[in-house]
Design a binder for this molecule. Structure first.
Ligand SMILES: Nc1ncnc2c1ncn2[C@@H]1O[C@H](COP(=O)(O)OP(=O)(O)O)[C@@H](O)[C@H]1O
Ligand SMILES: [Mg+2]
Length: 260
C-alpha cells in the first residue's frame, strides 16, 4: 500500500499547493513511484505540474465511478504522475461521505510508493477523505494570529480522524512564508512551539522568497529554478523530513492495547 501524505489547512494562500507539489516532486526525484492527487476545484497543482488548465482524461472525480479503470497523467516533473483535479469535484463529493471515502480508498490498490494529496482551503470531505487513509497530515502555517486560530480546528480534525481510523496518522506542522526580522511572526512561532503541539512543529522553516512563486509559475520545483538560492535547500530539507516521517510506523494509542 502507498504511503499517504495529505497537505491541508482550511486557510488559503498558506502554501498547501506549493508544498504538496514539492513533496511529490522530491519523492519522485528520489526514485519513489509517486502520485499527486488534486482535490481542489481550483486545480492549481494540476496546472503547475502539467501546464494544462483543461484536462480530458481520467480526473479525480472519476474515482467515484467504480467501473472506470484507474489511470493517471504524466507531468513535467520527471516521473511524477498526477490525478488531475476537476472543477466539479464539489458536486461529486456532496453525494455522501461514505462514497467519497470509498472513491479515495481506491488509491490503496495502486502500486505507488507515495501518494500526496493537495486539498482545497475549506473544511469538507475533500479534506477529510484522504486523511482516513492514514499516513501524514502536513499543515503549512503562515505565522500570523489567524494561523493560531486555524490551528485549533486543524488539531480537532486530526484528533477526530485519528481516533476513528485503525491506521497511524501523523501530524506535521510547517512554518511557511517566514519573514525573519518580524517580531510579530516570532511571537506566533513561539506560541505554537510552546503549545501542546510544539512537538509536531518541524524544526526547519520556510521563509518568504520570491523564488517560490517564480518557480511555481515556471512549473518547476525551487531546486530546479535556482539550486543556489538558500530557499532551494530549505524546501528540499523540509520535503525530506516529511517523507522520512512516514517511514516511522507508529501504532496509534487507540489500537495499541493488545488486540490484533
Ligand atoms: N515560502 C514562500 N515564499 C513566497 N511565496 C510563496 C511561498 N509559499 C507559497 N508561496 C506563494 O504564495 C501563493 C499561495 O501559495 P499556495 O501554495 O497556492 O497556497 P494554498 O494552496 O494554501 O492556497 C502562491 O503564489 C505561491 O507560489
Ligand atoms: Mg492550493
Amino acid at each position: 500500500m502507498p504511503k499517504f501524505i495529505t497537505v491541508t489547512n482550511q486557510k488559503g494562500g498558506v502554501g498547501k499547493t506549493a508544498l504538496a507539489v514539492h513533496i511529490a516532486a522530491y519523492a519522485a526525484g528520489t526514485g519513489k513511484k509517486t502520485l499527486l492527487v488534486d482535490m481542489d476545484m481550483q486545480r492549481n497543482s494540476t496546472f503547475i505540474t502539467t501546464g494544462k488548465s483543461v484536462y480530458d482524461g481520467f480526473l479525480v472525480t472519476d474515482l467515484w465511478d467504480e467501473e472506470a479503470p484507474l489511470s493517471f497523467a504524466d507531468t513535467r516533473f520527471g516521473s511524477l504522475q498526477i490525478l488531475p483535479g476537476d472543477k466539479s469535484i464539489g458536486e461529486v463529493a456532496k453525494q455522501s461521505d461514505a462514497e467519497a471515502m470509498k472513491a479515495i480508498g481506491r488509491l490503496k490498490e495502486t502500486d505507488f510508493d507515495v501518494v500526496v494529496f493537495d486539498t482545497p482551503p475549506a473544511a469538507g470531505i475533500q479534506q477529510h477523505a484522504p486523511l482516513h487513509l492514514g499516513g501524514v497530515l502536513v499543515a503549512p502555517l503562515e505565522p500570523d494570529l489567524l494561523a493560531v486560530q486555524g490551528l485549533t480546528s486543524l488539531i480537532d480534525l486530526w484528533r477526530r480522524v485519528r481516533h476513528g481510523i485503525r491506521v497511524p496518522l501523523e501530524l506535521v506542522l510547517v512554518i511557511n512564508k517566514r519573514v525573519l526580522n518580524s517580531a510579530n511572526q516570532q511571537s506566533v512561532v513561539d506560541m505554537i512551539a510552546n503549545s501542546p503541539f510544539g512537538s509536531h512543529l518541524l524544526p526547519q522553516q520556510l521563509t518568504h522568497r520570491q523564488l517560490v512563486s517564480n518557480a511555481m509559475k515556471q512549473g518547476v520545483p525551487v531546486w530546479v529554478a535556482d539550486k543556489k538560492d538558500p530557499g532551494a535547500s530549505a524546501w528540499a530539507l523540509v520535503c525530506k523530513s516529511i517523507l522520512d516521517k512516514q517511514d516511522i510506523d507508529v501504532v496509534p494509542e487507540e489500537v495499541g492495547n493488545g488486540e490484533n
